[in-house]
Design a protein. Structure first.
Length: 736
């Protein structure tokens, strides 16, 4: 027998033994005919050379079996996942086709393998691993949640196996990926045990000296630590038993990676870390009494040891987004040492250790509203079905509202679903967006309207003579692109307006007529233009004749002069005002136009009513000669009109001039969890609305307070108030 044949026989024996162990663990979910088919296919793979070692000197088939054992024992995956893991390498290397897998083992196995192949293709693009977007992209590419779980199991196994490899560079790359990518994924899914193992092994390979220093220190202090834990636990055990609780307790030393992180964060040595361990109280409790029993244990512990109220973490009432539930308290134990105590039930502990997989055992238990939408949908599907079988129908729609695409350099960009090439262009740079004429997506030329899809590689095409137009606003999906287009249009309008104004002033000069901005602004308003820029734009577009404008200007000027010369002088004695409910004005038809370019008159906005653009307003002449602008419904208006009517002038707003105004809203509502988040979320989504401050008091189930925001005009304010009124729990909202 040749060495190759002997090696293949050895590998086959290992495969048979390992596969036999796996079969016992997953039980009836895998059939005899499955076992026979898999055995035959694996044998062919070995004979075809798939058993060739990889860059770490590892056999891919043996690694697949080791990964399978982790997936089964520590995550809870079963038949479909097991088959997919074992046959994936054969498909990737061309020994098997996905169509054959589908025919022999069903659609789900083929789907999982297809997802694993797509992930492998993603890696070939070599994107930046240290990126939240990359994690999201991986998840969006995974058609089935089991693909992500298998990836985590595979990386845990690889990290276990490469301890003695001589390929240091590859070992470092794998370890960095474990820290940046796989550990956060495991954490997101609640797989805390695997997450800690990935972090510890990464630290071991990347920071060898730090890892072993902490490990040696932990070993050296283990005896004293165990003795302290025993003295801390003993009196608590007695009290819990007296209360009739069924439980067990244990001390858990924190992971080496966690201690290392604390040392770096607190800039101290090992001896400076006081919370090296945590005490865990795990209660055997029926689901309907879980919270009651946990809080009962909390009361017992805090009666015995002084708690630190700042260190209370209540993930019992509001679980973490990945489903983690527990009470964490820090108390002052013997020898005046602070000790962290974690209180949870058996169900909560299993979920904390095994993450998503643990929910398969607890179907029918409703998930909390605070859980991330994507995890909630998975859990709901699991709870509605029969154990793992529901995963056969489950298609992951994680991040369905987002797409992830590549720049030519391999950088990942995130966009909302429906975003276009134009959004991508403006995301890169305003100059690129303004000159964009299309793009090349995956080598194919497309228009600026083309929608982006996850995984697209995009190269923007530009032309120097390209300019934005109004229709572009409807093409883009992102607020960033929309605001940049509006800015570009405004800049174009300003340039055109400056040209038109220069043209008009030159005509005035030719006819030897003095150009007065105040008279021209009055004329522009009288002609029905809300914005001065729109008036000049129409001149630039030849929609208005400069000669006609000059004639109308002369009429307005003459009228203004005549009014000024014949105006009667009134004293305070002559003044009477009979109806304070009507808008007061001086006897003339003059109207103060509020504009930042107003010359010769000092005016300011009254603090008592904080008027903003669009509010009906009036002016009040102060003793110093300046004018205060008040809202018509100002609380002080009736008194001003009654006592100082002769000082009141009519006023109206000119253009917005990109001014932001500060207003205060009084809000009253039910003090429900999440209501303030809903209110602040509305503000964050509003364009050109900025929250300056929020002050809230809560009494007897109600909250009330003042919310200060900056916005452009009364239209924005009215829209904002309407949205607040639609928030469940908001009872009253008034402008102050």
């Amino acid at each position: 027998m040749s060495d190759k044949e002997e090696s293949n026989n050895t590998i086959q024996r290992e495969l048979v033994e390992s596969f036999s162990r796996i079969k016992q663990r997953i039980g009836d979910s895998i059939q005899t005919e499955d076992v026979e088919k898999i055995g035959s296919l694996l044998k062919k793979s070995v004979e075809s050379g798939l058993s060739t070692k990889d860059v770490f000197g590892l056999n891919p088939l043996i690694c697949a079996l080791q990964t399978t054992e982790i997936a089964v024992d520590e995550i809870g995956l079963k038949r479909d996942s097991v088959i997919a893991i074992l046959l994936y390498q054969s498909v990737l290397n061309g020994y098997l086709k996905i169509e054959d897998i589908k025919n022999d083992f069903g659609d789900t196995v083929a789907q999982i393998i297809h997802g694993l192949v797509k992930i492998n293709e993603l890696y070939s693009k070599n994107p930046v691993i240290e990126s939240e977007n990359f994690r999201n992209l991986l998840l969006s590419f995974a058609e089935d949640m089991r693909v992500i779980l298998i990836m985590i199991a595979d990386r845990v196994n690889l990290m276990r196996q490469i301890r003695d490899t001589e390929n240091i560079e590859a070992k470092r790359d794998v370890s960095e990926e474990a820290a940046y990518l796989y550990a956060p994924l495991a954490h997101k899914l609640g797989l805390y045990h695997l997450k800690s193992e990935l972090e510890d092994l990464s630290l071991k390979y990347l920071e060898h000296d730090a890892y072993y220093l902490i490990k040696e220190k932990l070993n050296a202090t283990k005896k004293a630590r165990d003795k302290y834990i025993e003295s801390f636990i003993k009196p608590i055990e007695t009290k819990l038993k007296e209360a009739g609780l069924v439980f067990h307790m244990k001390g858990r030393t924190k992971s080496i990676h966690s201690i290392w992180q604390k040392m770096n964060k607190q800039k101290c040595n090992f001896e400076g870390i006081y919370d090296l361990f945590a005490i865990r109280i795990i209660i055997d409790s029926p689901f309907e009494k879980e919270k009651m029993h946990c809080w009962q244990a909390y009361s017992i512990v805090t009666d015995m040891y002084q708690p630190n109220p700042k260190r209370l973490r209540d993930w019992l009432s509001v679980p973490k987004s990945n489903g983690y539930e527990s009470l964490h308290i820090t108390v002052l134990g013997p020898e005046n040492k602070w000790v962290e105590v974690q209180i949870r039930t058996e169900r909560m502990d299993e979920i904390a250790e095994r993450g998503l997989a643990a929910h398969w055992r607890y179907k029918g238990i409703k998930s909390d509203n605070t859980v991330d939408d994507w995890l909630t949908s998975i859990r709901t599907a699991l709870e509605a079905g029969d154990g793992m079988q529901v995963m056969d129908q489950f298609k992951m729609d994680l991040y369905e509202d987002e797409v992830f695409v590549f720049t030519p350099k391999g950088e990942i960009k995130k966009f909302p679903k429906g975003a276009t090439v134009l959004d991508f262009a403006y995301n890169i740079h305003s100059g690129i967006g303004n000159k964009c004429v299309g793009a090349r997506i995956n080598g194919k030329n497309v228009s600026i309207r083309e929608e982006l899809k996850s995984g697209d590689a995009i190269e923007i095409l530009t032309q120097n003579n390209q300019k934005p137009n109004q229709s572009w606003i409807k093409i883009v999906k992102t607020s960033k692109a929309r605001s940049k287009i509006r800015l570009a249009l405004k800049e174009t309008q300003v340039k055109d307006g400056l040209y038109a104004k220069e043209l008009l002033e030159r005509r005035f000069k030719n006819r030897k007529i003095e150009f007065d901005d105040g008279i021209m602004n009055h004329l522009i308003k009288k002609m029905g233009f809300k914005e001065v820029s729109e008036f000049y734009k129409q001149i630039a577009d030849d929609k208005l004749d400069p000669n006609d404008i000059i004639e109308k200007y002369l009429e307005a000027r003459d009228k203004e002069l005549n009014l000024n010369s014949s105006r009667a002088i009134h004293s305070a004695e002559d003044f009477s005002y009979e109806n304070p409910d009507q808008q007061l004005s001086r006897p003339s038809d003059d109207v103060l136009v509020i504009d930042k370019n107003l010359k010769g008159i000092e005016y300011s906005l009254a603090k008592c009513c904080n008027p903003i653009y669009g509010d009906p307003v009036f002016g009040f002449v102060t003793v110093s000669g300046g004018i205060k602008i008040h809202r018509n419904d100002c609380p002080n208006a009736p008194e001003l009109r009654k006592r100082f009517g002769y000082r009141i002038v009519r006023a109206k707003w000119s253009g917005k001039n990109n001014t932001s105004y500060t207003i205060v809203l009084r809000i009253v509502g039910n003090d429900d969890i999440g209501i303030l988040n809903n209110i602040t979320s509305i503000i964050s989504k509003e364009e050109q609305v900025v929250m300056r401050s929020i002050n809230i008091d809560s009494h007897d189930g109600l909250f009330s307070g003042n919310l200060t925001v900056q916005l452009e005009d009364v239209t924005k304010l009215d829209a904002l108030i309407r949205k607040f009124q639609m928030v469940k729990g908001v009872k009253q909202i008034n402008r102050l």
